[in-house]
Ligand binder design. Structure first.
Ligand SMILES: Cc1cc2nc3c(=O)[nH]c(=O)nc-3n(C[C@H](O)[C@H](O)[C@H](O)COP(=O)(O)OP(=O)(O)OC[C@H]3O[C@@H](n4cnc5c(N)ncnc54)[C@H](O)[C@@H]3O)c2cc1C
Length: 506
């Protein structure tokens, strides 16, 4: 994702990976709305939607009996062009992004391992072990450690990774199975000591089964699906039959967050920076959004259109996101795996009904969608976030992802999806209920594009839905988050803000 976003912005990166080729294991499964919004900008969203399955609902089973259905389809209606969770394996996601790299003339250099790093004031010297076993030194202006939980970049930079392992061990199996599972929907089997999840996968009767190992199997490292099958059968009820298992793996998860996401010219992203329980399908998505956050900043700096100080905001913005994620996934995980008798009773008797009831309430639905889909991620305390006085309390604030709206950009034109209309290669100035400052006043070259929203009843309704008042204006960063928010637009305020972002207009 980072290389793709840099490539789109004219910056070429060398991508190395010590593996021999792309992973064929599905691993993460849930693609969140915010990730799909970013895929749309990358031009891969249609393919992702074709390959994946929309999670229409989750069926909650307790002690082998169906208990309730939690509707999930379109729960984020009006909040995102992709108001659902897409089920698409990580291998497919990686393939789509790998293919997209060709568009920018890049490809992953496999069988190449980072073994040493030396930081100088102007560059980093990286030592790479090449496919033929020889080493070579490479000089790079910046290094992005997207190298997973055992990150060499993190370790070579001396950045600590505090946290701890969970006692539970997960298993994952890609199976062909028939049974009482509701087709094409998520099936969640809750039982006193834990849970099993059945995710519908592409193809007929293909289910990804995820669960925690029964305690007596936890310490074995020679397990196969045959060892786990009896406990799945016992808990998932009668009629379940497995015809095949194409992949089985176990993994012990940790919750850890790197003390820093940057050491001078080296950055950490994804699992190199944060790992946590898979509850909520956030891991892969958070890593992808780390990349989207860093890419526009790095591209501006590399192309000489911003000072390196802009890069300081990467960890200021992303560390709090990772820490909050660790806390929330920890709490959710504790609830679904707790061995306590009370928690077991809560899981099997109460949880399904509460969830099913809560999700019929629109406000709770929307809150749940905002949180899980990651569209609610905000950077209110970032040095790049500035809300000027005068805006009502419910209006979008600096740091928010700007709401998704359908607006007419020309008085007699059609209503357009504003996320498609906005150019994420530059800042966008949205002006409501007033004229924009003349171009000559702004004189920011291609750093910023202005959009004046015409007065129109349909626009007024749409803006009111997002609590956007007239007059107001918003400077959106290239990643779609509000940078500057105010009432009466003045060219000087916009220019000062962009200078505070350390950019240099050309
Ligand atoms: C079995 C399994 C199941 C999972 N299931 C889920 C799930 O259901 N939901 C969820 O959200 N998450 C899940 N995860 C976690 C999810 O896969 C990760 O969050 C995601 O892969 C992180 O992506 P990443 O690119 O940051 O790191 P990784 O995917 O770990 O990629 C790191 C890459 O860096 C390369 N590398 C490492 N060191 C070096 C080096 N020194 N030199 C060169 N290359 C190097 C590696 O070869 C690897 O390709 C699962 C993980 C596993 C292992």
């Amino acid at each position: 994702m980072l290389a793709n976003q840099l490539g789109r912005r004219g910056v070429r990166a060398l991508i190395i990976d010590r593996h021999a080729g792309p992973s064929l294991q599905t691993r993460a499964l849930g693609v969140q709305a915010r990730t799909l919004e970013i895929y749309a900008k990358l031009g891969i969203v249609d393919r992702a939607l074709q390959l994946g399955k929309r999670a229409a609902g989750a069926n909650m089973w307790a002690d082998g009996r169906w208990g309730a259905r939690v509707p999930l389809g379109d729960i984020g209606k009006n909040l995102s062009p992709y108001p659902f969770l897409l089920i698409l394996g990580q291998d497919d996601n990686e393939r789509l992004m790998g293919d997209a790299l060709c568009d920018w003339g890049m490809a992953v250099q496999w069988n190449t391992e980072l073994v040493a790093l030396e930081q100088e004031s102007s560059h980093v010297t990286a030592t790479l072990r090449q496919p033929d076993g020889t080493s070579r030194n490479l000089s790079a202006a910046w290094v992005a450690g997207c190298d997973g939980a055992h990150s060499a970049v993190r370790e070579l930079s001396g950045i600590s990774f505090p946290g701890a392992p969970y006692q539970h061990v997960f298993f994952i199996a890609d199976t062909e199975a028939t049974g009482a599972m509701v087709p094409d929907e998520l099936n969640v089997y809750l039982w006193r000591e834990g849970f099993h999840l059945f995710f519908p996968m592409r193809g007929v009767d293909h289910w990804r089964v995820v669960g925690i190992l029964p305690p007596h199997l936890r310490d074995r490292d020679d397990l196969t699906f045959e060892d786990v099958k009896p406990s799945v059968h016992q808990k998932a009820g009668a009629g379940l039959s497995f015809k095949a298992c194409s992949w089985f793996s176990t993994y012990r998860i940790h919750h850890r967050c790197a003390a820093r996401f940057r050491d001078r010219r080296c950055f950490l992203l994804g699992d190199a920076a944060h790992i946590h329980s898979p509850v909520g399908a956030q891991g892969m998505n958070t890593g992808l959004q780390d990349a989207y956050n860093l890419a526009w900043k790095l591209a501006l700096v590399v192309s000489g259109r911003a000072e390196a100080a802009l890069l300081d905001s990467y960890e200021t913005e992303r560390i709090p996101v990772a820490q909050r994620l660790l806390q929330t996934t920890d709490r959710a995980f504790a609830l679904v795996v707790s061995d306590s008798w009370v928690a077991g009773l809560f899981r099997t008797r109460i949880l399904a009904r509460i969830l099913a009831f809560a999700m019929t309430i629109e406000r709770i639905q929307k809150l749940a969608f905002r949180t899980i889909s990651q569209i609610g991620i905000r950077y209110p305390n970032s040095p790049l976030s500035k809300t000027l006085p005068g805006l009502p309390a419910r209006a979008p604030r600096a740091g928010d992802r700007f709401p998704w709206l359908r607006l007419k950009f020309q008085a007699n034109g059609p209503a357009e999806d504003m996320f498609q209309r906005l150019d994420d290669m530059r800042f966008n100035l949205i002006v409501v209920g007033q004229p924009s400052p003349p171009d000559v006043d702004l004189a920011l070259g291609d750093l910023l594009r202005s959009h004046v929203i015409p007065d129109d009843p349909a626009n007024a309704r749409e803006l009111a839905r997002a609590h956007i008042v007239a007059p107001s204006y918003y400077v959106l960063r290239p990643d779609g988050h509000v940078g500057l928010a105010g009432t009466c637009v003045k060219a000087a305020d916009v220019k000062n803000y962009l200078a505070e972002c350390h950019t240099r207009p050309q």
